[in-house]
Design a protein around this ligand. Structure first.
Ligand code: PEP
Ligand code: MG
Length: 888
C-alpha cells in the first residue's frame, strides 16, 4: 500500500482524463478531457475522491501531503494564468466546486470568487475598471463562504441585500451603486462576525483550505445522503474538489453564462437546447433570479462565440459518443468551457437518441440497448403527471404501479364498480385491498391504500391491470365508514377528485394535468434490438384473456402465472364459490364445483386461445378460503345491527351461518396457514375441478387446431410428498379428460418454489416437477420472515434510511439470501432433471436489477405484468451486454 505522502492527491486538469472518473469525479474528468482536447477551460486542478475518503477516515482532517500538493498545483495554475492568489495587483480568483463520480446536481456545495479580500478587491477593480463588478463579486464571495463554509443561514444575507435595494429604491442587484454595495459588503461581514464570532478571513490560503474542507463535508449533508439513497449511489465514494480560475460572466453585455445540451433532453431532437443569461454568473441561472433566454439568443448577441460553442458541443458529443450537458461562461467575448457530462434525459429522448445515434454510426446496437434505463420505458407506456404542472401533493405513499390517473375518490369496491360502470372515473381508496375488492379495482382508474407494500394485494393486482397504484400511504387516514380521507389537514370526501401519480407515489387534490404515452417507431426498433441480444425469455403474469392479449402485444413469449383465484372473485361466481366453501359435505361441495366447472373452462379457453402456440402456466387455487368470504369485522357489525333492530331474521340467520364458517376458517397467520398446496390436499375436489377445466379447454382448442400449451402449477409446495400426493390425485383427471375428448394435449406439471424448504430440497422436488417457478413474493416473505403486506409500511422504509437494508427485498431480489436459495434450487433441480424449465413469477420478474440476477442464475424466463414486458425485454438484453457476451 502506498503511504499517504507519496499518494497523488491532486491532478492538474492537464494531467487527468475521462478514464479517471472514479478518482476525479465526473466534473474533474470532464474538464480534464476538454483541456486535453485543447478547448478553452479555465486552468485548475482536482483533488481526488480518494483524498475525500481519507479525510473522513482520518476523522475529518487532511491526509499528509494533500495541502503541499494543493500548493504546488496552485503554483502551476498561477504560472498558467499569470495571476497569483492574494496578489494585490493581479489577483487570481478561483471557484471551489464539488464533483462526485455520479452527478448529484445541486446536492453539494460550491464557493465562487475565492481569493478576494479588501486588497485584492482593489486589484480586481483596477484590472477590470469596474468597481461595481468587483464589489458585487466580493459580496457574493462573503455570502457563499459564510453560508457554505460556516453554515450561516443564507436568508440573512438575502434579506440584507433586499433591504439595501429597498433603501436605494431599486429592484435589481445591478442597479446598486458602488457606495451602496460597499455598505452591503460591510453588512455581510457584520453578519459573518455575529454568527461565527470571528472576522471574515482575509488570507486567501486560509479561505481555500476552509472551502476545500467544506466541499468534502458537503458529501454527507442530509440532502446529499437522501439523494444518493434515491439514486442508489453508494455512500462511500466521496467527492472530488475542483479548484479553478474564475471566469466572469458578469462583466457587461459581452459576457454571460449558459447551460446547454447537445440534443433536446426532452424529445431527443438533434439541436442545441439550453439557456443563456447575459451579464450574469452561473448561480444566477440556477437560482432563477432572472429569466434566461434560449441558447439561440447567443447566436444573435455574440455570433462568433456561438459558432465556437457549437463546434465544441459537436466535438464533445462525438468524443463521448453521447449527449452532453455543457456549462460555459463568456468573459468579455472569450468563451470558457466549464463542464461536460452525460445529459440526463426523459425516456422518450433516451430512446430517440439511442436509435438516432446508431443510424448516425456513433454507437452500436448493443450500446443503444445499454443506454436506455429500463424504467424510463415505463414513462413511455403509462400516462404521467405533467412535470410542468404546478401542483403540490397532499400526501405520499409507496409508488407501487406507475402511471397517473384522476378520478373521484370512492371508499368501497361496490361503489367503485357502480360508478365505474356508469362511466365515471373513480379512484378506489382503501386501508388495504383483498380479493373481495377486485371487482371495484377493475372499474377504478387508480388505487390508493394507506397500508401495504409493493408486493401487497393492491400493488400486484394494479400492476397486472396496468393501473396506477400507491400503497402504504401511512400519513393518509382512510375512514371507510365515513367515506373520507384526511391528510395533513386536508379532507377529501367521497366524490371529490384526486390525482395519483403511481410513478412517484404522490397524491394530489383535484385534477392535475397528465401527459399521454406515445410509444414510437424508435421504441419498437430499440426493443427489437434488445430481443436480438437477450437470452432470457420474457413471459407475463395474466389472469384474463384481455391481459394475455396485451401481454402478447407487448412481446410476451408465454404466460408465467395465471392466478385462478382472481377468476373466483368475479361477481356472478362469488356466490357459487361461497356456497362451495360453506358446504358441509364433500358431495355438496362437488355439486357447487360442477357449476363452477364450465365457468372456469371458459376462462382457460380464452387465455389458452389468446396465447396459442405459447406456454400458459396456470396456478391452482392459492389463497386461504376465508378470503372469499365476507370480512369478519363487517359481518360482526352487520349481525349486531340486525340483532339490535330485530329486522330481517332470515338474513340474520344466514349471516350467522357465514360468520360461524369465517370463524372456523380464521387463522392467526393466514399467510402461513391453510393455503396453496395444502388446500389441494385437504379439498382435492377443488383442484380436480380446476384441472378438468384446464384440460377440457385445452382439448377443445386442440380439436379446433389451436396449439394450447397448459402448464399446471402447484403453489406453496415444501415437500416432495406434498407434490406427489397432489400429482397422484390430478394425473388421473388429466388422463380421463384426454380419453373422453379423444385427443392428447401437450401439458406440463410443475410447482412454485416459494418457501425456503422447497429451494433446499429442489433436487427431490424436481423428480415430480417438470418446471419450477420462483414465487419470490412469498420466498422473500418466508426467507426474511417479513410480512409482505406489512413490512414495507412498518419498518422497511426505516431500514433503508438506516442502511440496514440496501434495497427493498420485495422490489429487488436479495442476492445474498433469496438469490442463494434460488441458485441452489436451479442447480439441484437441474441435476435431477436437466431439461427442467425454470422461471420467476414473483413481482421481481419485472424489476431490472432482479432480471440481471435471473439472467446470471440461468433461468429460462422472467414473468411480469403485461405492461412491464417491454421493460423486462430491455433489462434482459442489458444483462447480456453487462456480462460482456453479446452474441446469443
Ligand atoms: C409469489 O409468491 O411470488 C407469487 C407469485 O405468488 P402470489 O404473489 O400470488 O403469492
Ligand atoms: Mg405466492
Amino acid at each position: 500500500m502506498s503511504t499517504a505522502t507519496d499518494t497523488k492527491w491532486v491532478y492538474l486538469f492537464s494531467e487527468g482524463s475521462k478514464d479517471l472518473r472514479d478518482l476525479l469525479g465526473g466534473k474533474g474528468a470532464g474538464v480534464a478531457e476538454m483541456t486535453r482536447a485543447g478547448m478553452p477551460v479555465p486552468p485548475g486542478f482536482t483533488i481526488t475522491t480518494e483524498a475525500c475518503r481519507q479525510y473522513y477516515a482520518l476523522g475529518r482532517s487532511f491526509p499528509a501531503g494533500l495541502w503541499d500538493q494543493v500548493a504546488e498545483a496552485l503554483a502551476r495554475v498561477e504560472e498558467q494564468t499569470g495571476k497569483r492568489l492574494g496578489d494585490e495587483r493581479n489577483p487570481l480568483l478561483v471557484s471551489v466546486r464539488s464533483g462526485a463520480k455520479f452527478s448529484m446536481p445541486g446536492m453539494m456545495d460550491t464557493v465562487l470568487n475565492l481569493g478576494l479580500n479588501e486588497r485584492t478587491l482593489e486589484g480586481l477593480r483596477a484590472l477590470t475598471g469596474d468597481e461595481r463588478f468587483a464589489l458585487d463579486a466580493y459580496r457574493r464571495f462573503i455570502q457563499m463562504f459564510g453560508k457554505i463554509v460556516k453554515g450561516i443561514d443564507g436568508d440573512l444575507f438575502e434579506e440584507a441585500l433586499s433591504e439595501a435595494k429597498a433603501r436605494a429604491g431599486v429592484k435589481t442587484d445591478p442597479e446598486l451603486r458602488p457606495d451602496q454595495l460597499r455598505e452591503v459588503v460591510r453588512e455581510f461581514k457584520r453578519i459573518y462576525r455575529e454568527h461565527t464570532g470571528e472576522e471574515f478571513p482575509d488570507d486567501p490560503s486560509a479561505q481555500l483550505r476552509a472551502a476545500i474542507e467544506a466541499v468534502f463535508a458537503s458529501w454527507n449533508t442530509d440532502r446529499a445522503v437522501a439523494y444518493r439513497r434515491m439514486e442508489k449511489i453508494p455512500d462511500d465514494l466521496g467527492t472530488a474538489v475542483n479548484v479553478q480560475m474564475m471566469a466572469f460572466g458578469n462583466m457587461g453585455d459581452g459576457s454571460g453564462t449558459g447551460v446547454a445540451f447537445t440534443r433536446d433532453p426532452i424529445t431527443g431532437a438533434r439541436q442545441l437546447y439550453g439557456d443563456y443569461l447575459a451579464n450574469a454568473q452561473g448561480e444566477d441561472v440556477v437560482a432563477g433570479i432572472r429569466t434566461t433566454e434560449p441558447i439561440s439568443a447567443l447566436r444573435t448577441r455574440l455570433p462568433d462565440v456561438y459558432r465556437q460553442f457549437e463546434e465544441y458541443a459537436g466535438k464533445l458529443e462525438k468524443h463521448y459518443r453521447d449527449v452532453q450537458d455543457l456549462e460555459f461562461t463568456v468573459e468579455r467575448g472569450k468563451l470558457y468551457m466549464l463542464q461536460t457530462r452525460s445529459a440526463k434525459r426523459t425516456g422518450e429522448a433516451a430512446v430517440n437518441i439511442a436509435v438516432d445515434m446508431v443510424s448516425e454510426g456513433l454507437i452500436t446496437k448493443e450500446e443503444a440497448v445499454a443506454r436506455v434505463e429500463p424504467r424510463q420505458l415505463e414513462q413511455m407506456i403509462h400516462p404521467r403527471v405533467d412535470p410542468g404542472a404546478s401542483a403540490n401533493p397532499i400526501g405520499r405513499g409507496v409508488p407501487a404501479s406507475p402511471g397517473a390517473a384522476t378520478g373521484q375518490a370512492v371508499f368501497d369496491a361496490d361503489t367503485a364498480e357502480e360508478w365505474g360502470k356508469e362511466g365515471r372515473a373513480v379512484i378506489l381508496v382503501r386501508v388495504e385491498t383483498n380479493p373481495n375488492d377486485v371487482h371495484g379495482m377493475i372499474e377504478a382508474r387508480g388505487i390508493l391504500t394507506s397500508t401495504g407494500g409493493t408486493a401487497s394485494h393492491a400493488a400486484l393486482v394494479a400492476r397486472g391491470m396496468g393501473r396506477p397504484c400507491i400503497v402504504g400511504a401511512s400519513e393518509i387516514d382512510v375512514d371507510v365508514r365515513n367515506r373520507q380521507l384526511s391528510v395533513n389537514g386536508t379532507t377529501v370526501r367521497q366524490g371529490e377528485e384526486i390525482t395519483l401519480d403511481g410513478t412517484t407515489g404522490n397524491v394530489y387534490l383535484g385534477r392535475v394535468p397528465t401527459i399521454e404515452p406515445k410509444p414510437s417507431g424508435n421504441f419498437r426498433t430499440l426493443l427489437g434490438w434488445a430481443d436480438e441480444v437477450r437470452r432470457l425469455e420474457v413471459w407475463a403474469n395474466a389472469d384474463y384473456p384481455r391481459d394475455a392479449e396485451k401481454a402478447r402485444e407487448n412481446g410476451a413469449q408465454g404466460i408465467g402465472l395465471c392466478r385462478t383465484e382472481h377468476m373466483f372473485m368475479e361477481e356472478e361466481r362469488l356466490p357459487i364459490v361461497r356456497a362451495m366453501i360453506m358446504a358441509t359435505t364433500t358431495e355438496e361441495r362437488e355439486r357447487h364445483l360442477a357449476r363452477l366447472l364450465p365457468i372456469q373452462r371458459g376462462d382457460f379457453h380464452g387465455i389458452l386461445q389468446a396465447m396459442h402456440g405459447l406456454p400458459v402456466v396456470i396456478r391452482l387455487i392459492d389463497p386461504p378460503l376465508h378470503e372469499f368470504l365476507p370480512n369478519y369485522d363487517d359481518l360482526v357489525a352487520e349481525t349486531t345491527e340486525l340483532r339490535v333492530t330485530g329486522r330481517d331474521p332470515d338474513k340474520l340467520a344466514e349471516l350467522e351461518r357465514l360468520m360461524a364458517r369465517v370463524e372456523q376458517l380464521r387463522e392467526a397467520n393466514p399467510m402461513l396457514g391453510l393455503r396453496g398446496v395444502r388446500l389441494s390436499i385437504l379439498y382435492p375436489e377443488i383442484t380436480r375441478m380446476q384441472v378438468r377445466a384446464i384440460m377440457e379447454a385445452a382439448c377443445d382448442l386442440a380439436k379446433q387446431g389451436v396449439d394450447a400449451r397448459p402448464e399446471i402449477m402447484i403453489p406453496l409446495v415444501g415437500t416432495l410428498t406434498e407434490l406427489r400426493a397432489v400429482k397422484t390425485e390430478l394425473e388421473p383427471v388429466v388422463e380421463a379428460v384426454q380419453r373422453e375428448k379423444g385427443i392428447q394435449v401437450h401439458y406440463k406439471f410443475g410447482t412454485m418454489i416459494e418457501i425456503p424448504r422447497a429451494a433446499l430440497v429442489a433436487g427431490q422436488i424436481a423428480e415430480d416437477a417438470e418446471f419450477f417457478s420462483f414465487g419470490t413474493n412469498d420466498l422473500t416473505q418466508t426467507t426474511f420472515g417479513y410480512s409482505r403486506d406489512d413490512a414495507e409500511g412498518k419498518f422497511i422504509v426505516r431500514y433503508l434510511e438506516k442502511r440496514i437494508l440496501k434495497a427493498n427485498p420485495f422490489e429487488t431480489i436479495d442476492r445474498d439470501g433469496v438469490g442463494r436459495l434460488m441458485e441452489l434450487a436451479v442447480r439441484e433441480g437441474r441435476a435431477t432433471r436437466p431439461d427442467l424449465e425454470v422461471g420467476i413469477c414473483g413481482e421481481h420478474g419485472g424489476d431490472p436489477d432482479s432480471i440481471h440476477i435471473c439472467h446470471e442464475l440461468g433461468l429460462n424466463y422472467v414473468s411480469c405484468s403485461p405492461y412491464r414486458v417491454p421493460v423486462a425485454r430491455l433489462a434482459a438484453a442489458q444483462a447480456v451486454v453487462a456480462s460482456g457476451a453479446t452474441t446469443k
